[in-house]
Design a protein around this ligand. Structure first.
Ligand SMILES: [Zn+2]
Length: 340
């Protein structure tokens, strides 16, 4: 009896021991879990140790996903909105002609090369205001100026040749000169072009493409622009609508310089490399966009004749005013050669 009751209590004791051991194991296992949480809470309060907090348990990928969004979208970076409003990414669309300006050879060339600036070549009507008269060179004066250049040994070149010279050292005539025509006025086609052809001159014509699209009577049509190009003239962009290009947004500048470039390229079948700033107004962003849009250079209205390899987007020009007879042309032409 005693023996059997003793055996029973031994079994009971064993069962009890097993139970205690099992509970201890269970408690120990739970303890590990809570211990980790406890550490997380402790670290969460420590601002010096953020990365370790999110690393083990938390969604690690959240950081990785947020970063690109924040970079691409200024709105997301500001955290003002949780909505996924698509924000335009500041990147140019791919273009069929990827702008391979041969890598400049690094020589810091600075040379006096006159670039003449013309607008109208024609006689303004009787009601023309002072600005229009100032922008208008008569065909007679224009021809006298071409003859002057020939007599003084000047040889006309394109802006393409000028840039190839500045950046790569390609040879130029001894006395090069560039003739540029802004705005794409119809009288450039009817008056300037025949005289350029007569004397074997090349000219660079800067087109406002909206005005050609709209077939405005005072401006050259696309077929006239194509005609100039197929007869050896250089065609550049003078923007889409002729706005000031200073202080404008990236998207706005892209629209003006890329849209006009593609419109001209679609007609002439050749890359457009040069831009003329409307009213001579531009800023750093304008130059950045032009560069990334595949342009090689741009002409300003800054008076002078010093062209440099470091500043192909700030080429200087000599304005030819409507009142210039050949004597005054001679004076100012040489003035700006002496004060480049
Ligand atoms: Zn203009």
């Amino acid at each position: 009896m005693v023996q059997s009751s003793g055996r029973r209590s031994l079994i009971l004791a064993l069962l009890l021991a097993l139970l205690v051991a099992g509970t201890a194991l269970l408690v120990s296992a739970q303890g590990e879990g809570t211990e980790h949480t406890g550490e997380s809470e402790k670290l969460a309060q420590d601002p010096g140790d953020w990365p370790r907090v999110s690393a083990p348990g938390a969604p690690v990928r959240r950081l990785g996903l947020q970063q690109p969004d924040a970079l691409a979208s200024p709105a997301a970076a500001g955290g003002s909105s949780g909505d996924s409003v698509p924000t335009p990414v500041r990147r140019l669309p791919p273009t069929p002609t990827p702008a391979p300006l041969p890598t400049p050879d690094g020589t810091p060339r600075r040379e006096v090369i006159p670039i003449l600036m013309y607008h109208h070549v024609g006689v303004p009507g009787p009601g023309a205001d002072a600005i229009r008269r100032d922008l208008s060179v008569s065909p007679e004066d224009f021809e006298a100026q071409l003859r002057y250049l020939i007599e003084h040994g000047y040889e006309p070149i394109t802006l393409n040749s000028l840039i190839m010279h500045l950046q790569l050292g390609r040879a130029l005539p001894a006395k090069p000169v560039v003739l540029t025509f802004d705005d794409g006025f119809k009288d450039q086609y009817s008056n300037a072009y025949p005289l350029l052809k007569k004397y074997g001159f090349v000219g660079t014509f800067f087109i406002i493409t909206l005005f050609a699209d709209e077939e405005r009577p005072e401006y050259m049509s696309w077929s006239e622009i194509e005609f100039l190009h197929s007869n050896g003239m250089e065609i550049g962009s003078h923007s889409y609508t002729h706005p000031s290009m200073s202080g404008k947004s990236y998207e706005y500048i892209v629209w003006q310089v890329l849209g006009s470039r593609e419109a001209i390229e679609a007609r002439i079948g050749e890359p457009v490399r040069f831009f003329s700033y409307p009213s001579g107004q531009y800023d750093e962003l304008t130059m950045d966009v032009l560069r990334s849009a595949g342009y090689w250079g741009a002409v300003t209205v800054e008076a002078g004749s010093l062209q440099t390899a470091e500043a192909p987007f700030e080429l200087r020009r000599i304005r030819v005013r409507g009142r210039y007879d050949v004597r005054e042309f001679d004076h100012w032409f040489n003035y700006w050669l002496a004060h480049p």
